[in-house]
Ligand binder design. Sequence first.
Ligand SMILES: Nc1ncnc2c1ncn2[C@@H]1O[C@H](COP(=O)(O)OP(=O)(O)OP(=O)(O)O)[C@@H](O)[C@H]1O
Ligand SMILES: [Mg+2]
Length: 505
Amino acid sequence: MPWKKSSEEKLDLNEARKVLDEDHYGLDDIKERILESLAVVKLRPDSKSPIILFVGPPGVGKTSLGRSIARALGREFDRLSLGGMRDEAELRGHRRTYIGAMPGRIIQSLRRVGVNNPVMMLDEIDKLGNDFRGDPSAALLEILDPAQNNTFRDNYIDLPFDLSKVFFIATANQLGPIPMPLRDRMEIIQLAGYSDREKLNIAKQYLVPRQIRDNGLKPEQLEITDDTINLLTARYTREAGVRQLERTVGNLARKVALKVAEGLTDKVTITAEEVKGYLGPPRFYPEEARKELPAGVATGMAWTEMGGEVLFIEATLLPGGSGLTLTGQLGEVMKESAQAARSYLWSHAAELGIDRETIQQNGVHVHVPAGAIPKDGPSAGVTMASAMASLYTGRKVRSDTSMTGEITLSGLVFPVGGIKEKVLAAHRAGIRRIILPERNDSDIEEIPPDVRKELKIITAARISDVLNAALEAETPDTTEKDYILPASETQSDGAGDRLVAQEKQ
Ligand SMILES: Nc1ncnc2c1ncn2[C@@H]1O[C@H](COP(=O)(O)OP(=O)(O)OP(=O)(O)O)[C@@H](O)[C@H]1O
Ligand SMILES: [Mg+2]
């Protein structure tokens, strides 16, 4: 065990900045926060190292930022994957009286790196399990507590080991599953995913050169045009990060490597037209915002572990029925938003121009297609309200508009999370008009400027503001109210096709 052995720290902040820039495009404020943490380490070498937690969708660079930090600090790096770990003894070791007893992963890792001050990455900390064998997150509480971890006691070694010199970095896809006391010990840095422009730059500067090198080609042997990269981003991948994009570029590079190795060619330029010949037909169709929405359908945005998604909420009247029917595997909170939306419309029918009879004499069925999106949380409230208001008034919801926000029974719109991811997803889907809660104002700053300048963002404090912005002007011909959706309309939206494609992947 490296009881006393440390690697020598060479902490030069300019050097660290250079390393971070070398390895990652963009992410300016994230790099800044990392450097701030490192500055403290530099100024107070005896202070406790900060514990950083990177949270964000897959493939946005969480693990690779951790590696860069190790490189910038000139320290050893080791990664522990916590995904699926259920047994406390895996972290803390077994007593030696057990057959097959082993030290825990922390101690094993220290032995592997051979120093007592590595950068140790606790990957996928949100995927920790727990069962009758104990709760590994409880062990982590001790490991990550600067006040206790200088005497960490592994059951196998049974001597205290000083972990206070270890620089811990954790990563997670979502904050939700991480127990509060654990979250509290870490400095949380959120990564939200990239816009198409950022992906293009990442691909040009990092992914393509790396794949060319990894596949044994020389830089001049493969050229991939910007149009090609944009096509790969839009039609061959669908993700917040860049991992699939890198894999797809890797596929192209391998195919070119084969040709070069066979001596068929010495230099290839891949244009957008030729991609199909290499990779087959596109896997995703541009998830067009629907051209026109029938009355009763509204476009919303959801946040998932994978980033943002656009989803449609459909409401239809059930003449002669009663109450509210909800389908689409909605979670409890989402069901409650639907009820709140209906109650609000009912109680404010007169001022909203809704015929109260319509509400009283008909049931409503609200359905949220798109099976693969986990549907819970309050953020679809405004979308539910718009879909139902549209149904009751016969005024269509504008098809160029998508919205998110929590509602209250008294008609207020409350802020919700994941704004950047949601807006990026809507933008990818071709939506250019977005309604957000007024109190999410500060999140608008975080939307990349190239995306923001193409969008019209409307903020709403009350449900009535949302409805004013979302519903089309009253149609002159109100005699013909066709509430029932034609079957084709409900079946053929891009979202369904896309999800099927996603599952196949
Ligand atoms: N800003 C960036 N600049 C350059 N390369 C990047 C950037 N962001 C991500 N990458 C590259 O994308 C790939 C995937 O990143 P990484 O493995 O760090 O993702 P992750 O966030 O840890 O995802 P997961 O949650 O799935 O573990 C890496 O090869 C990384 O170098
Ligand atoms: Mg990772």
